[in-house]
Design a protein around this ligand. Structure first.
Ligand SMILES: [Zn+2]
Length: 173
């Protein structure tokens, strides 16, 4: 006697002597162990077999969706607990971030760059990091500092400046 196993991907039916979970040889994913003996399976019409497959596979999908939903909920709960703990600490430092984008057509526009930095600094912002975004591609990332690489053959790009400043608490965000 053997039991019917169905691949949830290719829908192929396999028969194994046990109800242990087997892997589909074609898809390499664990198959559904139906617990149905091959004798009982043989009694079903092709239509009944197809219906069984559809119902069972839909059930598994639904179960999987529920499991994922539950995992998301747990992760969110955990994150909320962490945040609540952090906020309960009197000396916790809150930060906020903002971004300025400066066009860059090959050279560093020192005057423009300096005016942006000064304007930000006057409002308590500190440069957190800066990178050049070339033709939609993040080509260069660098921490705050002024040893920025200048490319000789660079084409039109933009400099992305990320600013950081301290705030009192989350309500200021
Ligand atoms: Zn398969």
């Amino acid at each position: 006697m053997s039991f019917v196993h169905i691949c949830q991907k290719c829908k192929a039916v396999f028969k194994y002597p046990t109800q242990d979970v087997h892997t589909c040889p074609d898809c390499s994913i664990p198959m559904l162990s139906t617990g149905i003996s091959d004798a009982d399976w043989a009694k079903l019409s092709p239509q009944q077999r197809n219906e069984y497959k559809e119902v069972e596979l839909r059930k598994r999908l639904e179960e999987q969706r529920r499991r994922e939903e539950e995992q998301r909920r747990l992760a969110q709960e955990k994150e909320e607990k962490k945040t609540a703990y952090i906020k309960s600490q009197a000396d916790y430092i809150f930060y906020e971030y903002d971004i300025d984008v400066i066009p860059n057509d090959g050279g560093v526009n020192v005057t423009l760059l300096k005016s942006v930095l000064d304007a930000r600094a006057r409002k308590g912002w500190k440069l957190h990091s800066i990178y050049s975004n070339e033709l939609g591609e993040n080509s260069h990332v660098e921490a705050a500092g002024w040893n920025r690489t200048v490319r000789i053959n660079s084409t039109a790009s933009q400099d992305v400046l990320i600013f950081e400043r301290r705030i009192m608490d989350d309500t200021q965000r």
